[in-house]
Design a protein around this ligand. Structure first.
Ligand code: SER
Length: 583
C-alpha cells in the first residue's frame, strides 16, 4: 500500500550521506558485544561509544548507518500508532568533524530536497539550557536563517532536548529535534505546539559534547560530535501519508496474517493486533541476531520471554486459538531477510526457540488465567504462584490486574520472590553482609583487589563465575566463586596479570548509589538481593569493574601495589576458593 518503500528510504538516506563523504557502516548486533551498560543496542550511536569518546574509527570521522534497535522502556506505549520495541534507526555521525550548523544543514536538505517534504509541515525544538549547560542559541539562530518562523521553534528543557547517555554513564548532549505535521495538511498551524500529538518527532540531531560520569558529573568530551537518529517506521508512515505505522509495508503483511489467523479485523482491536505484531517482530530480531539469545529468566533472555508471552496473551485475546508464532516468524524473516541475512542464517534457531516457548506458555496460560480470575485482590503470594507455576511475568500479572481493576501489591511480590531466591541460593548466604571484618587500610586494599579479581576471573574463566562468599582481613583475602573445575596454572597466571595490569593503570575507585534496576541497567555485577526501590552502592573501578558492594575501598587501584594468588583449591561442589594477597 505504500508508495514510498522502506527500501527507498533506507537507500536514499545512505546515498545522501555517502554523497556528503560519509562512510556507510553495517548495523551492529542488537546485543552489544562489549558494553555492559545496556542490555540491547538502543540507538545507532551505541556501537560508536568508544569513537565518540575519542578513539579513532577505522573508517574515518563521518559515518552513517541503518541500525537495528530494541527499546523496551516504551513497552507500555506499544499499541499506539508510533511506538515499537524494535525499530530501525537511520543515523549519521560526525566524530569531531563537522559542527552543528553543518548537521542541521544536512538534515534540512535531506528532508526538504531529497525527500521533498514541504517545509511548512516541519517544526523543530532546541535546548533551552539549564544549570549545567547554556541555552543552544547557535541552533536556534541557525534554524531562523533557514527560514523557519520563530513560532515553529520551541525551546525545551532537559526532558525533551537532552539526549543520553544510553546507560547511566557515557556520551550525551543537547539536541535539536525535527517534527512533522501529521494532521490536516490544509490546516498546518503557524505555531509549533509540542503537546499537539499531530506533530510527530521524526529526527533527532544530538550535539554530543559531554560525558556523564559515574558520579553524575558532566565533563566535556575530547571532541565535539554529532549523533543523529531518524526512526524508519515513523518516517515511512508520514512520507506515505498514513496515520499509523502498522499500515506501512513494514507491518501490514503481519497484520493481514493476524486477521487471517484470528478471523477478526484489525479495526476491531487495533491495540492487540499491534502488540502481537510488534512483539513477535522484536522476538525474531533478538533470537535471530548474531549474538542471539534464547528465552530465559535472565537479562536479554528474560526481556525476550516477556515479549513472546505478552504476544501470546494478546493473540488469544484477538481469538487466535492455535499456535501461530512460527507462521509469523517465517513471514517476518522472509520480509527482512534480504536486509538482515543473519535472520535467514538463524531461522532454525528462531523457530525452534519461539515454538518451544509458545508450547511451554500455552500449556499454563489458560490455567493461570483461571487462577487469576478467582482473585479479588492480588497479593504477593498469588503473584508469585502465577509467576512460578504458570509462568506469568510480573508485568503480565500487573497488566491483567490493571485491566480488571484489581489491586496488586508489588512489594509483597518482591518479598516473596526474594524468599524464594534465598531458599534456592543458600550457598550465597553471608555474601556482602556489610563487607569487611574491619576498615584498616590493608583490609580495604584486599577488598578492592577482590573486585578486580572477580572481574578478571570472569574474563579468563567465563561469565558463569559468580562470587560465593569471601573473608577478607589485613593479611589476605579468601574468596569463593562458582567454577566447575580446578584452574590451570596458566589461568591463575592470567588472572594475576590482569589484576596487576589494572593496578598499574592507577584507576580511580568511586561509588554511586542507585536503585537495583539502575544497577542492572548500568551492568553492575553482584547479587541483586534487594527489593526494587532499595538503593544499592555500585563501586566502579576505571572502566574495568562495576560491582554492587557496601564498601569500603581504597580511592585508587594504585594503592594496591601488587597482587598475588597464593592458593587455588576446592571449596565445595562447583565452588572454588582462592587465597590471595596484595603487597
Ligand atoms: N542517539 C539519539 C537518539 O537515539 C540520536 O540517534 O535519539
Amino acid at each position: 500500500m505504500s508508495v514510498f518503500s522502506a527500501q527507498d528510504l533506507r537507500d536514499q538516506f545512505l546515498k545522501y550521506f555517502e554523497s556528503k563523504d560519509h562512510k556507510i557502516i553495517a548495523s551492529a548486533s542488537l546485543i552489544p558485544d562489549n558494553d555492559p551498560t545496556v542490555l540491547f543496542t538502543t540507538a545507532g550511536m551505541h556501537p560508536l561509544v568508544p569513537y565518540l569518546m575519542g578513539e579513532k574509527h577505522p573508517q574515518g570521522t563521518r559515518l552513517a548507518s541503518v541500525q537495528k534497535c530494541i527499546r523496551t522502556g516504551d513497552i507500555d506505549e506499544v499499541g499506539d500508532t508510533t511506538h515499537h520495541t524494535f525499530f530501525e534507526m537511520l543515523g549519521n555521525w560526525s566524530l569531531g568533524d563537522y559542527d552543528k550548523i553543518k548537521a542541521i544543514d544536512f538534515a534540512w536538505e535531506f528532508l526538504t530536497k531529497t525527500l521533498a517534504i514541504n517545509p511548512a509541515l516541519l517544526a523543530v525544538s532546541v535546548f533551552q539550557g539549564d544549570e549545567n549547560v547554556a541555552e543552544d542559541k547557535v541552533a536556534f539562530e541557525y534554524w531562523l536563517t533557514l527560514g523557519l518562523a520563530n513560532a515553529k521553534i520551541a525551546k525545551l528543557g532537559v526532558k525533551d532536548n537532552w539526549w543520553g547517555p544510553a546507560g547511566t554513564t557515557g556520551p550525551c548532549g543537547p539536541d535539536t529535534e525535527i517534527f512533522y505535521w501529521t494532521g490536516d495538511q490544509n490546516k498546518t498551524p503557524d505555531n509549533f505546539d509540542p503537546e499537539d500529538k499531530n506533530w510527530v518527532e521524526i529526527w533527532n540531531n544530538v550535539f554530543m559534547e559531554y560525558n556523564k560520569t559515574a558520579d553524575n558529573k558532566f565533563t566535556a568530551l575530547q571532541q565535539k560530535n554529532i549523533d543523529t537518529g531518524m526512526g524508519l517506521e515513523r518516517t515511512l508512515a508520514v512520507l506515505n501519508g498514513v496515520d499509523d505505522n502498522y499500515k506501512t509495508e513494514l507491518f501490514w503483511p503481519i497484520i493481514q496474517e493476524l486477521e487471517k489467523l484470528s478471523g477478526k479485523k484489525y479495526e476491531e482491536d487495533k491495540r492487540s493486533f499491534r502488540i502481537v505484531a510488534d512483539h513477535i517482530r522484536s522476538a525474531v530480531f533478538i533470537l535471530g541476531d548474531n549474538n542471539g539469545v534464547a528465552p530465559s529468566n535472565k537479562d536479554q533472555g528474560y526481556v525476550l520471554r516477556r515479549l513472546i508471552r505478552r504476544a501470546i496473551r494478546f493473540a488469544k485475546i484477538i481469538g487466535i486459538a492455535n499456535n501461530f508464532t512460527k507462521i509469523l516468524t517465517t513471514l517476518i524473516i522472509k520480509q527482512y531477510g534480504p536486509d538482515y541475512p543473519e535472520l535467514i542464517k538463524n531461522q532454525d534457531f528462531v523457530n525452534k526457540e519461539i515454538e518451544q516457548e509458545e508450547n511451554k506458555f500455552v500449556s499454563t496460560l489458560e490455567k493461570g488465567l483461571r487462577e487469576f480470575a478467582k482473585q479479588k485482590t492480588i497479593d504477593g503470594k498469588t503473584a508469585f504462584v502465577l509467576f512460578s507455576t504458570y509462568g506469568f511475568p510480573l508485568e503480565m500479572t500487573e497488566e491483567l490486574a490493571r485491566e480488571n481493576n484489581i489491586e496488586i501489591n508489588n512489594q509483597e511480590f518482591e518479598a516473596e520472590f526474594k524468599k524464594h531466591q534465598d531458599l534456592s541460593r543458600t550457598a550465597s548466604a553471608g555474601m556482602f553482609k556489610g563487607g569487611l571484618a574491619d576498615d584498616k587500610q590493608n583490609t580495604k586494599r584486599h577488598h578492592t583487589a577482590a573486585h578486580l579479581m572477580l572481574q578478571a576471573l570472569r574474563m579468563v574463566l567465563g561469565e558463569h563465575v559468580e562470587q560465593r562468599g569471601s573473608n577478607i582481613n589485613e593479611d589476605r583475602m579468601r574468596f569463593d566463586f562458582t567454577h566447575p573445575e580446578k584452574m590451570t596454572p596458566e589461568q591463575i597466571q592470567k588472572v594475576e596479570d590482569i589484576v596487576n595490569e589494572q593496578i598499574n593503570k592507577k584507576m580511580p575507585v568511586s561509588y554511586q548509589e542507585m536503585s537495583v534496576a539502575e544497577a542492572k541497567e548500568y551492568g553492575a555485577i553482584g547479587i541483586f538481593e534487594h527489593k526494587y526501590g532499595d538503593k544499592v552502592k555500585v563501586y566502579t573501578m576505571g572502566d574495568f569493574s562495576k560491582e554492587i558492594c557496601g564498601g569500603p575501598h581504597v580511592d585508587n587501584t594504585a594503592e594496591l601495589g601488587s597482587f598475588k594468588i597464593i592458593k587455588e583449591e576446592s571449596s565445595s561442589a562447583g565452588v572454588r576458593r582462592i587465597k590471595a594477597q596484595v603487597k
